[in-house]
Design a protein around this ligand. Sequence first.
Ligand code: NDP
Length: 285
Amino acid sequence: MSEELNFKPHLTGVLGHPVSENPTVVMQEAAFNDKGLNWRYITMEVLPDDLKSAIDGLRALNFDGINLTIPHKVAVMEYLDEIDKSALLIGAVNTVHNKNNKLIGYNTDGQGFTLSLMKNDVDIKGKKFTVLGAGGAAKAIAVECALMGLKEIVIINRDSVKGKSLAKKIKENTKTVAKFIKWEGTAKIDKDTDVLVNATSIGLFPDKNKPDIDYDFITKDKIICDVIPNPPLTEFLKTAESRGAKTFDGLGMLVNQGLIGFEIWTGEDANEIIMTNALKSVFEK
Ligand code: NDP
């Protein structure tokens, strides 16, 4: 047998429950193929009680890396060897790298968001953000932006406990000014907000609603972002576009977090257009 033959692929994938509708495999395998890499991405159903065994299994099977999705992003942290600074502050890990038999946890959700903005010359430093929501996506975005030198952040959420806790986390661990406003009825957005982010699950397919806010806030000098990847053009972003604002969609955030994961695992840059088209083809079905 020629020494060049190698039938053993590098292994990556995602652990979740439920996980069968997670489309990341399509995006990552398109990127592996594009680069001619013998890497695979496997979608794996793992029940909460089996998470420890699954992580032990990944070590035994020499997986190169893994993504975590609902409900494992927080629980996985106790089984890892090291956790990156921002993932530790966010309190959740969505990407693990097996580096020389050490499992290192990262959170690329917020970094995918900041990368989308930075690629379009939006400087986060010194800006004021208002974030709708205080769940996993909101936390990741708030922490990454604060670590990048955000001036001020306003968290608006229905659940006060979650909202207050996120504002407190930002205040105590970064230099960003943070305040919480309870979401009751139609939310008013501070006029001096530069960037408004919908980090709730409102608008995720098949939901066609948009957040209950005073849309008069949106003018053409504002930047409006949505975390919802499917559909990319949500009712929220449609309204923002019709008011002339610059918009960023959740598909871009999702692709960029995948790009960061790809780089962490393979050490190579992935092709953003290939990954975006792969995901769009799934969402259009
Ligand atoms: P969580 O369940 O952790 O948080 C959901 C948030 O949405 C909570 O703050 C919740 O408020 C709020 N919310 C839900 N429904 C309403 C409503 N009707 N009115 C007001 N607030 C509402 O979810 P995640 O943060 O993990 O995910 C949120 C969305 O982000 C999902 O749709 C997911 O697809 C998307 N996402 C996108 C990513 C990307 O890369 N594009 C990455 C990660 C997530 P309350 O606390 O009051 O219940």
